[in-house]
Design a protein around this ligand. Structure first.
Ligand code: BGC
Length: 868
């Protein structure tokens, strides 16, 4: 049984790996029964034949097969290393060597120290171009003395860049170099360009657009938040057949010019004039001094094109030319167009139609989401945006060649292309309830649409920011849907870079509110709102739990701790947090008319979250072997819980705030003493009943609602809540034809009216956080409290709500875990799969059983009442 699926730092054959001691993971061929690894052997070499091993772990006893560190001599920068694995249940049963895999190290880590990047940044923009949204081009002709056997380019930019070699894009990656805390961290990418260079003349060129760096950001119409001019930096290194090296980098000998991309803004779209391709006069470039920024190897996954959707023409009452792609998505439209030079194609994008079925863009606020293309003329032309993206399901074609001659565009010339950070999808879920299947789809698409290099609130209006609260709420669900480790690793590094010296955590990461000269009047601060800033603690925790990657906790520890200490310093007696600005139970339905702020008092939500973050911090300390801190934070947690009870719970267990969210948090965060749980759940059910069984909760209450019910013995009510179909509910949105999750329960009201266009996104993942409950409870796959990476699985499906079957597969770091169950004639049949080198506990009403790896099935009688 060979080791397969070799990874290093959770990646397959990465280029430009920055970790000094990378860690290896592997899985096994086939699905052996009761397999536990007893021995393993790792070898690392400079060549694929392994003739000269650089490091051999030797035959090691142990069950580790995930993230096992390299312990050999220091790795050289910019080099390829091969590795292979053999492993087995015992020395006698050790496998043959796996197929080799490899990784390449990043540049010398000293280059990544602040201000130390050695390759000049050049710009074709002038000092007066700060407000320009046009893209510029930079290029250089290189004479290569040989056809390389190997060549790499490392590149980055202030702004966004698209790099070409001899006219061809070097990569599928989009929106490079991605969005980081630019003032402190900027990523460089590494490309293998071996096949793209030839002996003789080669042209290396980059197009640069404003992007997140200097373009318009936030609803405050701010721009130039990081700088005034775009700039580019790259290094090329090519190896000749005789071992000779050719290298070059950006320098003052490059030339620049205006580009055909006359306008490109993340929010507003693009204007491209194909007649201007390679036409502008070349001019000298200027060198730009980079402030003290660390230029680091890219740590997150690249943004790549993914799914493609075909269009269907629909009729609208206004008679617009509207195409429907059938899915609310994030990306852009790729189109083919043919016509005369200078004729135009103009597209607008929209997420939804209005009540009368017309194209609706008001909720995009000031984001124009418009693409305008001037034709070159001649053979068919293909175009898609490069420095903007759109959140949409519909497009309106406003101008097209031949419009005045009565010609019509053909829908087949328009394809919606989804772009997002490339993360392996890990979950499939299906059950007997079609509405829940659609809800699962919507949850998954909410994540797909809001994972464009950073976790965003929404992908369409003039926002698309890394709102910490949204990420905090959704991280657990996201980490079931996908392998999120690299994605959040990167974002958490930006969170730490932007965290304040006093431990405060900005509302958005990267933080474009604190450095923003304009201020939002509604917000008294730009950082440290409860439930939002707790992302500093809760996101690393959820990612660790899903991925089994301890390093994410190690790296995050100081920031997690600083956040909890920030609160402690501001809380009354260090325990009751009753100061500061908070979003609270944001957009809850119990908010006052026209307000976003839910009715649950901030001191209650803030103290509840303080307790929960401190509890996680104590647990993290324990896992990291920081015993004293584990004890201290454990004690602090108890005291906070005590303060919560003293302030918000009467002696007989009545909560001081009569809102659903107050009760949910008290139950879900374990804040109530055992003897009061029954009372609190009774009160919560009463609050539900007063609303005809409907929720009134916002961002803080909703994610834990089903858990608060099912965790307190009311699984039936959790199902009833989840399965509600009338307004407001998850399935109400489904019934309204949603293909993503909405920001507001009442985004579209039953009478067809919409929530104010001032803030009404139809693609906001936050309320999709119920997915985590669905996948655990219906899908039945969770893990032991002290397990990570699903090493010790708990299968505990809990049927209800009349569901008769469910199927779920979860790709864990150890391999596929699966659970599928069905109920017929009072018999409950379960089939499940445990990945090799993992184990499981199956929990059923009749009792518990333990299982090793392999595919298994059991049956048991189930009383009908248990299922309803
Ligand atoms: C965003 C939210 C965010 C909130 C802060 C909104 O504009 O879209 O999702 O968390 O502001 O309360």
């Amino acid at each position: 049984m060979k080791a397969i699926d070799l990874r290093v730092e959770n990646q397959v054959r990465p280029l430009g790996l920055g970790e000094a001691s990378p860690r290896f993971s592997w899985r096994y061929e086939g699905s052996p029964s009761n397999y536990v690894q007893g021995v393993y052997h790792i070898e690392v070499a400079r060549s694929a034949d392994f003739r000269m091993a650089l490091w051999s772990s030797g035959l090691m006893s142990g069950a580790e097969s995930h993230l096992v560190p390299y312990l050999g001599p220091p790795l050289e920068p910019g080099s390829r290393y091969w590795f292979r694995i053999r492993a087995g249940s015992s020395e006698a049963a050790i496998s043959e060597w796996s197929d080799p895999s490899w990784f390449e190290t990043a540049l010398d880590p000293r280059f990544s120290e602040p201000g130390a990047w050695p390759f000049p940044f050049i710009t074709a923009e002038r000092l007066s171009d700060a407000r320009s949204s046009a893209a510029t081009s930079l290029e250089k002709t290189l004479e290569l003395p040989f056809t390389p056997v190997s060549a790499r380019v490392r590149a980055t930019a202030l702004g966004l860049y698209e790099l070409t070699l001899n006219g061809e894009k070097v990569s599928e990656a989009r929106l490079t170099p991605g969005w980081t805390a630019y003032g402190k961290r900027l990523a460089y990418q590494t490309y293998d360009v071996t096949g793209r260079l030839k002996r003789g003349v080669n042209v290396i060129a980059a197009m640069l657009g404003p992007g997140w760096y200097k373009g318009e950001m936030t609803w405050l119409k701010s721009r130039n938040l990081y700088g005034k001019r775009t700039a580019f930096s790259c290094q090329l290194e090519a190896l000749g057949p005789g071992g000779e090296i050719f290298s070059a980098s950006t320098d003052p000998s490059w030339e620049g010019r205006d580009s055909p991309l006359l306008f490109a803004e993340i929010y507003h779209g693009e204007i491209y004039d194909a007649r201007l391709e390679r036409k502008g006069a070349l001019r000298p470039v200027s060198l730009l001094k980079l402030p003290e920024v660390a230029v680091v190897p890219q740590d997150g996954p690249p943004v790549l094109p993914h799914e493609r959707f075909a269009a269907r023409k629909i009729a609208t009452p206004l008679g617009d030319f509207v195409l429907d792609f059938g899915q609310n998505l994030t990306g852009w439209v790729e189109f083919r167009v043919e016509g005369l030079p200078g004729e135009r194609l103009v597209l607008s994008h929209a997420e939804t139609l209005d009540a009368s079925g017309n194209f609706y863009t008001k909720n995009l606020r000031r984001a124009r989401n418009r693409v305008e293309y001037f034709l070159r003329g001649g053979p068919p032309e293909l175009f898609s945006p490069r420095f903007s993206f759109q959140g949409f399901r519909y497009i309106r074609i406003e101008e097209w060649p031949g419009k005045d001659r009565g010609l019509e565009p053909s829908p087949k010339d328009f394809t919606a292309v989804v772009i997002r950070s490339s993360m392996e999808e890990t979950l499939t879920f299906e059950c007997s309830h079609p509405g829940l299947n659609q809800l699962h789809h919507n949850i998954a698409w909410g994540w797909k649409g809001n994972a464009v290099d950073i976790p965003t609130d929404c992908p369409q209006r003039d926002e698309r920011l890394g709102w910490t609260g949204d990420a905090q709420i959704f991280a657990a669900t996201a980490s079931r849907l996908c392998r999120t480790d690299r994605f959040f690793l990167k974002w958490l590094r930006d969170l730490r870079a932007d965290q304040r010296p006093d431990g405060g955590v900005p509302f958005v990461i990267p933080d474009v509110l604190s450095n923003n000269p304009k201020k939002e009047p509604m917000m008294e601060s730009t950082h440290s709102s409860t439930g939002w800033a707790d992302a500093a603690v809760m996101v690393p925790w959820e990612v660790y739990r899903a991925s089994g990657d301890l390093r994410i906790l190690e790296e995050s520890w100081p920031s997690m701790k600083a956040w909890v200490e920030y609160i402690r310093a501001r809380a009354e007696d260090g325990l009751l947090w009753n100061t500061g600005f908070h979003f609270g139970d944001w957009v809850a339905l119990d908010a006052k008319e026209g307000s976003f702020f839910g009715a649950t008092p901030n001191d209650l939500t803030a103290t509840a979250y303080y307790a929960r973050s401190t509890e996680i911090l104590a647990e993290t300390a324990r896992i990291l072997g920081k015993d004293a801190e584990a004890r201290d934070y454990g004690a602090l947690h108890k005291q906070i819980v005590g303060a919560f009870r003293a302030e918000f719970l009467t002696a007989r267990g009545r909560l001081a705030s009569r809102t659903q969210t107050a009760h949910i948090l008290a139950l879900a965060f374990g804040l109530a003493p055992e003897e009061h749980v029954a009372r609190i759940i009774r009160d919560l059910l009463r609050l539900l009943d007063e609303n005809d069984g409907h929720l009134t909760t916002g961002f803080l209450g909703t994610p834990a609602f089903c858990d608060a019910l099912s965790g307190s013995g009311r699984l039936d009510r959790a199902y009833a809540l989840l399965l509600k179909e009338d307004f407001p509910s998850w399935l109400y949105q489904v019934g309204k034809g949603a293909t993503t999750v909405w920001e507001h329960w009442d985004g579209l009201k039953p009478d067809g009216r919409m929530w104010s266009a001032k803030m009404n996104s139809f693609n906001h993942y936050a309320y999709g956080a119920v997915g985590d409950w669905m996948y655990r409870t219906i899908g039945g796959i969770e893990q032991e409290r002290d397990s990570a990476g699903y090493r010790r699985i708990v299968f505990k499906p809990r049927p209800g709500g009349g569901l008769t079957w469910a199927r779920q597969e979860l790709e864990t770091p150890y391999g596929k875990a699966a659970m599928s169950w069905s109920i017929a004639d009072g018999i409950w049949s379960l089939e499940f799969e445990v990945p090799p080198n993992a184990s499981a506990r199956l929990v059923l009403p009749s009792g518990e059983t333990r299982w090793g790896s392999g595919s298994w099935s059991v049956e048991e009688e189930i009383p009908t009442a248990a299922v309803r």
